[in-house]
Design a protein around this ligand. Structure first.
Ligand code: 5RP
Length: 221
């Protein structure tokens, strides 16, 4: 199976986690686009979606799925999103699509994060994928220096990208994320950091992994 076929497979498998009569949290990215396409088939069973990006909002609305403002929603049962890397505990690196901050906001509304990913995303130690960090533009150079000193990482501004929130993305190379919770907590304290793409506190509880043998369901307790 191709990577696109694996994404379509897990995108459809995620329908099983959508709770009828509720609002579903929707992430961002090519795997989520497959989920959105499948979700359209059962759109009459849900109240609508809370979206993590302008891009996903446009797709949802084009398919006739109502999109609610996050401020209108107190809690949702499930948030479905992809990942750039996921480890054996459900910790993830995200933000390849520059939507990490809104993804964290919607994930935080949800009781359960269901990650959908093809098997290339599963890693033993995160860090090979450059770590995305959303920063206030005036802090980009300072945060870059801080990564070098604190972790020996090399940060660079993602060219041509402004986030939905009007900020920049730094991509940080050369990291070994051996303690995701500690690293997330530390980087979140740095002035100018809006959010870091380590999803440790908001980790996945379930991962639907697309493999050559079909969908593998990983449950992280
Ligand atoms: C966007 C994300 C995506 O979930 C992540 O980049 C995975 O994307 P894809 O499904 O296209 O591989 O975090 O900010």
């Amino acid at each position: 199976m191709t990577q696109d076929e694996l994404k379509a497979l897990v995108g459809r498998a995620a329908l099983a986690y959508v709770v009828p009569g509720t609002v579903v949290g929707v992430g961002t990215g090519s795997t989520v686009n497959c989920f959105i396409a499948a979700l359209a088939e059962i759109k009459h069973q849900i109240l609508g979606a809370v979206s993590s990006s302008v891009q996903s909002t446009a797709r949802l609305q084009a398919l006739g799925i109502p999109v609610l403002d996050a401020n209108q929603v107190e809690q949702i049962p499930v948030y479905i999103d992809g990942a750039d890397e996921i480890d054996h505990q459900g910790f993830m690196v995200k933000g390849g699509g520059a939507a990490l901050t809104r993804e964290k906001i919607v994930a935080d509304l949800a009781e359960r994060f269901v990650c959908i990913a093809d098997e290339s995303k599963r890693v033993a130690v995160m860090g090979r994928f450059p770590l995305p960090v959303e920063v206030i533009p005036m802090a980009a150079a300072q945060v870059t220096r801080r990564f070098a000193v604190a972790y020996g990482g090399t940060a660079s501004v993602r060219p041509g990208v402004t986030t939905d929130n009007g900020n920049l993305i730094l991509d940080v190379r050369g990291l070994a994320i051996t303690d995701p919770l500690a690293m997330e907590t530390e980087i979140n304290q740095w002035p100018g950091v809006v959010s870091v793409g380590i999803f440790a506190r908001l980790r996945a509880r379930v991962c639907l992994l697309g493999t050559a043998q079909g969908v593998q369901t990983l449950v992280f307790d």
